[in-house]
Design a binder for this molecule. Sequence first.
Ligand code: GN1
Ligand code: MG
Length: 369
Amino acid sequence: MTDNQKLKRIIARFNLDTPAGEIRPLGEGLINDTYFVEPGYVLQRINHQVFRDVENLQRNIELVTAHIRQKLTEAGAEDIDRRVLRFRTADNGKTFIEEDGCYWRVSDFISQSETRSEVTPESARHAGEAFGNFQAMLTDLPETLAETIPDFHNMELRLRQLRDAVKADAAGRLTEVSGLVAEIEKLADEMCLAERLHREGKLPKRVCHCDTKVSNMLFDPSGEPLCVIDLDTVMPSFVFSDFGDFMRTAANTAPEDEPDLDKIGFDMEIFKAFAQGYISATRNFLTPVECDHLPYAVTLFPYMQAVRFLTDYLNGDTYYKTAYPEHNLVRARAQWRYFELTREALPAMRRFITSLCSGRDSDFGQAKI
Ligand code: GN1
Ligand code: MG
């Protein structure tokens, strides 16, 4: 059976309104395999090496999409089917099936939508509002979500994983990267601030998207953000996840795997625009500690991503899809360069966030921790 016949057999198990037609690869995700199915569905193979608890993964996604749909309906939003994902039920009554040891799901393709790899200040402002609203709509989700990858954005864990990889040196690549490892180690304590604040009871976990890169948002052809996609990592985390990870790709003037480090820059205008949109949507629940540390979040995510890419490089590329042998190292170096630039921008970012937050509502800061 060809791959295509297999995909056809899989999609046939889902309840669709219109029969499935041609199937072709879609997107550039580093984890799952995604296909577009004519006339308008998205078929995805869930990487269950990464997401080990598919049952709870889909439960999270069903709860979150239902809650957002309800909120949008209550708010009288237009075009709701283009603003939140809809997953299809299969012949087993669930939103996923297992076939030959792999897990699959189907959602509706959002009509007249496109992904972008770049934003303008205007679309960054809208994206800030969209991700801010995403968090805001989920602040009163009654159910507790599972951590689909436990401690996903825990910097202490990511550093432990790097240290394990250094110790094992499974792919024999340590010598070549020991300089970068030393640079990372110098800042390790400083970058684990969020975990410390959490232990001290000063920083809450909230429902976050946890993978807010630009390419995980759908835009209308006019450039207006429509819908947040790739919901696998929606789980309790610090708000820093969504703010910092978006800036990791959006305010970077180059792709996350840019080999030419001179092309990498930090775009302060994108930062400002996104921050304005984000804070306008979240000011009623953000605490002062969360707000004050948003600039730190912008540095945290390239730092964390450098650590994660480097760890995978040392482990012999077992986690991320790679296009060539040095790919994870190129990614790690690019993230490190970008991290350095975000650190240089810290004073300017702090000034801007302070000016935004000082114009806050009188009840700002009353949120519970
Ligand atoms: C992965 O799913 P995808 O490709 O958008 C990764 C993110 C990283 C990102 C780097 C589950 O995201 O955490 O930030 O690659 N997702 C997982 O591009 O590890
Ligand atoms: Mg993802």
